[in-house]
Design a protein. Structure first.
Length: 146
């Protein structure tokens, strides 16, 4: 009996969680003003292919995908969480100065093509040579992945 009850609870939880997460296509003008400003300032030359909002239980986020495959993810306030420029160079203005200096000094022949803000101002950047660098909140290098 306990197994059947556990099975039913698991099925209900899966169904409930599937309904709780929704991707909704929206227009550019429905993005938070902060997101729109970042795009205007640093990605104005690119064409937008898709803008979507993901609603979860008590949170929402936004994603903008450009026609060239680059994408930006924003939090509910419109602040970027991840910028992935697979086919172009990441705008230097969005990369903290300390990280830029570190990459220029230690990897002079590479460029940053992806940056992600992790919890509490930790950053992870991907370089064109395949390395991933992780920095703490004070921009100290804490990990390197191949």
């Amino acid at each position: 009996m306990k197994k059947i009850l556990t099975f039913i609870v698991c099925i209900l939880a899966i169904q409930f969680s599937a309904k709780a997460s929704n991707d909704i296509q929206i227009t550019y003008t429905q993005l938070p003003a902060t997101s729109q400003q970042l795009i205007k300032s640093h990605f104005n030359e690119q064409s937008i292919a898709l803008v979507k909002m993901e609603k979860e239980f008590f949170d929402k986020s936004y994603e903008v995908i450009f026609t060239n495959g680059d994408k930006i993810e924003f939090d509910k306030k419109g602040i970027w969480k991840e910028i992935d420029c697979k086919y172009t160079q990441l705008p230097q203005a969005v990369v903290p100065t300390q990280i830029q200096k570190f990459v220029i000094k230690n990897y002079p022949n590479t460029k940053i093509n992806k940056i992600e803000k992790e919890n509490r101002n930790r950053y992870e950047v991907s370089l064109t040579n395949g390395l991933e660098l992780k920095f703490d909140s004070k921009f100290n290098l804490i990990d390197i992945d191949d």
